[in-house]
Design a protein around this ligand. Structure first.
Ligand code: 13P
Ligand code: SF4
Length: 301
């Protein structure tokens, strides 16, 4: 493994590349990354990097967002087949149909969506800023796509607006059940319960807080808290333990695993830098339109 890490470090310099990794990536990949974070943090990094090449260790919509924000840069994915099933649950025809039925509504798209969906939306959001984004709009009617659970969570925080929710969801977060949370709370009665807003409402209801992965990492730094039950993809346990080695982190269940996030390996990162593969490309017209909704988001946060 040392050899692999050395080779990656050498090539990263030669290519003037930055390695960005999501909090759900396997530990070894997180450990060689220049930046590890949530979707919002990764977008900001991608927009501001001075590197010529971005090696994106995450899923497709994340790398695509990086390309939209930095179209002049080469964006590589070590495994281009790493998709997000939730993002694939919606397409432009379905979105256009909802828009035509709700002509007065503004479309807020979760960043977990394709570039074509972002291009058809008024503003983008991530799980870290969804409430703030919806509050920033003067409009009363909101079409929220594609995550019905994140959309529902936002609607509880912004009760004065009318929400039209799309029927998408994350199959991995869906696997966290209320019974898992109840059991974990019995086993660890003093632990603070943090779940992702992609969880089902009945799971969120049992938690102390619903937070993005980046917000969970920040909350774990609270000196008053030492033990946590974590209701999200288990990859984040590595990130949490690394940042707070003296604290205790208990996954609500081992079943919340995103197979796509686990496709990226150290070997694939090396091959990616060696062969400059696999390049993410987005048509110029789509970039321009999709960028509008992402830029609007970045102005709010
Ligand atoms: P975060 O932006 O909170 O890291 O979430 C991304 C994601 O895909 C959650 O499933
Ligand atoms: Fe998509 Fe869920 Fe995986 Fe996140 S955890 S990338 S929402 S499938």
């Amino acid at each position: 493994m040392e050899l692999l890490v050395d080779k990656i470090s050498k090539l990263r310099l030669e290519r003037n590349a930055v390695i960005l990794a999501h909090n759900y990536q396997i530990g070894e990949v997180q450990d060689i990354a220049d930046y590890v974070g949530d979707s919002l943090g990764l977008s900001i990094q991608a927009a501001n990097t001075k590197a010529n090449v971005i090696v994106f260790c995450g899923v497709y919509f994340m790398a695509e967002t990086a390309k939209i924000l930095s179209p002049q840069k080469t964006v590589l994915m070590p495994d281009i087949s790493a998709g997000c099933p939730m993002a694939d649950m919606i397409n432009v025809d379905k979105l256009k149909e909802i828009k035509s039925k709700n002509p007065n509504a503004k479309v807020v798209c979760y960043v977990n969506s394709g570039a074509d969906i972002k291009a058809e939306s008024d503003i983008c959001c991530t799980s870290a800023n969804a409430v703030k984004i919806v509050q920033s709009l003067p409009d009363q009617e909101i079409i929220f796509v594609p995550d019905k659970y994140l959309g529902n969570f936002v609607s509880t925080k912004v009760p004065d607006k009318k929400f039209i929710l799309y029927d998408g969801y994350c199959p991995s977060h869906m696997r966290i059940s209320p019974e898992d949370i109840t059991k974990a709370k019995i086993e660890q009665p003093n632990a603070y319960v943090m779940v992702h807003p992609e969880c089902r409402p009945e799971v969120i209801a049992l938690a102390d807080e619903a937070l993005s992965t980046g917000q969970m990492l920040k909350k774990a730094g609270d000196p008053a808290l030492n033990a946590f039950i974590i209701g999200t993809e288990i990859g984040i346990i590595h990130t949490l333990k690394k940042q707070y080695p003296s604290k205790q982190f208990y996954p609500a269940t081992g079943k919340c695993l995103c197979p796509n996030m686990k496709l990226t390996t150290l070997e694939k990162v090396l091959f990616s830098l060696e062969d400059m593969q696999y390049e993410v490309s987005v048509p110029a017209g789509t970039i321009e339109k999709a960028r509008g909704s992402i830029d609007k988001m970045l102005k709010v946060v």
